[in-house]
Design a protein around this ligand. Sequence first.
Ligand SMILES: [Zn+2]
Length: 102
Amino acid sequence: MEHPTWCDPTRCTADPTTQIDGYRLGAGGEHLSALVSLELTTCLRLSARSGTAWLSEAVAPWRCAPYLNVRIGETELSMAAEDAAPVLSALLALADLAVVRG
Ligand SMILES: [Zn+2]
């Protein structure tokens, strides 16, 4: 079994042997990255002052897409990393318009 380069072996639950006799939803575990802490103390209208983000990729007989996951309080958002990248780039470009550097 190959792990994605971002997979953290201490968090990875991938077990392709559970798929040998056929695919079963959720049975194969998933590759998981290390958790990234999100400092949100200056955010408004959130239920928590911090959050976490991580990558995940399910295990199936076919190639699965990596997902970006964000959890803030009881709310969790998951989005294909390929789709999340342009959204985050647009948000960064927007924030950069207002940030005075140097
Ligand atoms: Zn893994």
